[in-house]
Design a protein around this ligand. Structure first.
Ligand SMILES: [Zn+2]
Ligand SMILES: [Zn+2]
Length: 139
C-alpha cells in the first residue's frame, strides 16, 4: 500500500510503501514517553520503501531496556515522530509512526504489544454506553 505523510508543521514530507497487514500498537514505556501518549501505533516499511520528500530529519538514538539501540527520527521544527529503525548495516525496517500518515484511517492495528504497561482495562466493541447517572466520557 502506498502512503504519504507529513509532520505537523509541514517541514517534513515523505511517502512510503507499507504492508497494511503489519501494523501494531505498542504500549511500552519508551513509546509512551516518546509519543507523549498512552501508546504508539506503528506500521512497517523497508529502508528502500521510504522516501523523504522534504526537510531533514533529526535523530535521537534511544537505548532500550535490552541494550538495543533504536534511532528515532523526528521533525526538528515541531517534534512530530516520523519513524524508528535499527543501527548498523541494512537492509533495515522502518517503523513509521502512523499518526503522521495521511491515510491513517485505513491503517488498522492488528496486534498490541507490551500491554503489561496498560493493566487491566475494559475493552468495548463500540461506543461506551453511558447511563443517566454515569460520568460524561465523550471524546
Ligand atoms: Zn514539523
Ligand atoms: Zn514501544
Amino acid at each position: 500500500m502506498k502512503i504519504d505523510g507529513r509532520c505537523h508543521c509541514g517541514y517534513i514530507t515523505y511517502e512510503a510503501d507499507i504492508d497494511p497487514d503489519n501494523n501494531l500498537i505498542c504500549h511500552c514505556t519508551d513509546c509512551q514517553t516518546l509519543s507523549g501518549s498512552a501508546f504508539r501505533v506503528v506500521t512497517h516499511t523497508r529502508e528502500d520503501g521510504f522516501r523523504l520528500l522534504s526537510g531533514e530529519l533529526k535523530i535521537y538514538v534511544k537505548t532500550a531496556e535490552s541494550g538495543n539501540k533504536r534511532p528515532q527520527s523526528f521533525c526538528p521544527e515541531c517534534g512530530t515522530p516520523i519513524y524508528a529503525t535499527a543501527v548498523g548495516a541494512g537492509p533495515k525496517v522502518y517503523a513509521i509512526r502512523v499518526g503522521s500518515i495521511r491515510q491513517r484511517d485505513q491503517i488498522v492495528p492488528l496486534a498490541q504489544i507490551w500491554s503489561r504497561s496498560v493493566g487491566s482495562m475494559q475493552k468495548f466493541e463500540k461506543q461506551l454506553q453511558i447511563d443517566q447517572t454515569g460520568p460524561a466520557t465523550s471524546t
